[in-house]
Ligand binder design. Structure first.
Ligand code: ADP
Length: 518
């Protein structure tokens, strides 16, 4: 699989060592030798993956760190000249989806972390414009230091990830602005032919409406630069949420797994009408248990953790079978009215125990969720990786309608496939406006070859069995991109390939991303 050479830990498909040498030499001239890495020591962070495949399958040949758009343009020209592929990353924290490693061996990682300027934050319009290397923590600190009246929305590993990388991979967060791509506005993109495109109003010279009007004129192009390999995004505009005068996070705990039906049907109308405006999460026991306990404390046998052990955890850690986290935002009066509507809806459903911050006291799990729903910085979700230990994690994330019956069906299907392969069902549903992202963390021990094989088979079967029932995933890891592209059918593949050929005839940009190659 992996093509070794004397000098490089991997070679890209179809590229000779001589061609790579020539390209690396030119990168050194353009970027400076200190921004080009080919030795195993420096490449180690770009090789580390959590997937159920050997690292060699995703080993880069080199990593380069450009500092400007002009340098990226030069790099792209060199890549075309020598036909060498590059894999752009922004903050490179795509953990459980491939981390910083490329889709196929030998691609040169283009690490954009040095391009980390916050170009502007407009507190009146509540907009920002950032470069790829800007982390959420950096933007958060910028806002805090200036006491700007805006909130961020971030994914769970908020502090170390960044808005540009997360948005172009269509990640989600937990505030009312949680559907990140929806709340982005305007991109700057270096195309594979080295031209620079500004989307939307950014294409008009001297425009000051780039970050306020998304659609511009003619076809709306931003979407084709997300989850794709058609361009390198070098700037992203985003909308920020005005800081609300009042914020009320709460949890509703449910006793039984089958309660998921009623939960979704109770909450959906409130979510669609934006009484509850944020991306509500419905979290299962094991996910919520991870920060406060370890699997081995309750179960040390083989196979999926039994329901009886899950019930013990629920009792010991005061968790529900499902734990719903949501929040109200607005003026104190608005929050009071909406709180009445929510509590009445939960009471009418005759199920669920609704608790406020004061009532759960100092529960660390609640605190973490309350922070996420307020766009604050946290790294708590990483405790999931200690649940089983061993560094294996692959997110399986099918999309579901926000209907109770659908969720029960998806849960039962996922749980039984995971059980067959000996893995736990560790899951949450993130409720969008009408959909839910059903997020399952397939956790396994990478040091155990049997678990590696089982995890690979399990993930593959999850994709197949869900697809048979008409369910597709919203995102996948670098080891399964081609397979998932297959689920979306030949016409989609063909259109993507045509776009790829037109924009990147030499196939130099991230071949294999989302299953797209020439
Ligand atoms: P995060 O650290 O926020 O998770 P990453 O930097 O890992 O985000 O980016 C996630 C994925 O998005 C990458 O694996 C890559 O495929 C794609 N990507 C990241 N940055 C860019 C970019 N500037 N242009 C195009 N695609 C990008």
């Amino acid at each position: 699989m992996n093509r070794m050479s004397g000098k490089y830990i991997a070679l890209p498909k179809g590229v000779t060592e001589k061609d790579l040498d020539a390209a690396i030499g030119e990168f050194r001239r353009v970027l400076g030798p200190e921004q080009v890495f080919t030795d195993a020591g420096h490449l180690a962070p770009y090789m580390k993956i959590m997937l159920a495949v050997p690292e060699a399958q995703h080993a880069p040949s080199a990593a380069i760190c450009p500092r400007s758009v002009e340098q990226i343009q030069q790099v792209v020209k060199i890549c075309n000249k020598h036909r060498v592929p590059i894999w752009p990353i922004s903050t490179g924290r795509n953990l459980g989806y491939g981390s910083a490693a490329p889709a196929t061996p030998g691609q040169i990682v283009m690490d954009l972390r040095l391009m980390n300027r916050i170009l502007h934050v407009d507190p009146e319009l509540c907009t920002a414009l950032v470069e790829p290397g800007v982390t959420y923590q950096q933007l958060y600190d910028y806002i805090e230091q200036r006491n700007l009246p805006v909130w961020l929305s971030c994914p769970a590993p908020s502090a170390i990830a960044g808005p540009l990388g997360n948005t172009v991979d269509r990640g989600v967060g937990y505030t009312p602005y949680g559907e990140h791509f929806l709340f982005s506005c305007g991109m700057e993109v270096v195309l594979p032919n080295a031209e620079v495109l500004r989307t939307g109003m950014g294409a008009v010279s001297n425009s000051n409406t780039w970050q306020v009007f998304k659609w511009g004129y003619g076809p709306y192009l931003d979407g084709i630069f997300t989850q794709s390999n058609f361009g390198i995004v070098t700037k992203l505009g985003l909308w920020l949420m005005p800081r609300p005068p009042a914020y009320k996070p709460f949890v509703i705990r449910y006793e039984k797994e089958s309660d998921i039906v009623g939960i979704v049907d109770t909450l959906r109308p409130l979510r669609i009408a934006a009484v509850i405006p944020n991306a509500v999460v419905i979290v299962n026991t094991l996910w919520d248990a991870a920060p406060v306990t370890k699997r081995a404390d309750f179960y040390s046998g083989k196979g999926q953790i039994p329901d009886s052990a899950v019930r013990e955890i629920m009792a010991a850690k005061k968790l529900g079978a499902w734990n719903v986290y949501a929040a109200l935002y607005g003026t104190p009066e608005q929050v009071e009215v909406n709180w009445k509507i929510v509590t009445q809806a939960v009471a009418a459903s005759r199920n669920g125990d609704i608790l406020t911050a004061a009532e759960v006291n100092d529960s660390p799990v609640f605190k973490y969720r309350a922070e996420l729903m307020a766009g604050k910085m946290t790294l708590q979700e990483f405790s999931l990786y200690n649940w089983r230990g061993g560094g294996g994690s692959m997110w399986f994330s099918p999309v579901s309608q926000a209907k109770g019956s659908e969720t029960l069906q998806q849960m039962a299907l996922a749980k039984s496939i995971l059980e067959k392969h000996g893995f736990d069902y560790v899951a949450e549903f993130i409720v969008g406006w009408r959909d839910m992202h059903h997020i399952i963390d397939l956790l396994f021990d990478r040091s155990d070859p049997a678990q590696m094989t089982a995890a690979h088979r399990c993930y593959s079967e999850l994709i197949d069995e869900f697809a048979k029932r008409g369910y597709g995933v919203y995102r996948t890891n670098t080891a399964f991109m081609d397979k998932v592209a297959g689920i979306y059918g030949p016409v989609m593949r063909d259109v993507n390939r045509k776009l790829k050929k037109a924009l990147d005839p030499n196939g130099i940009l991230a071949p294999g991303k989302s299953g797209i190659a020439i």
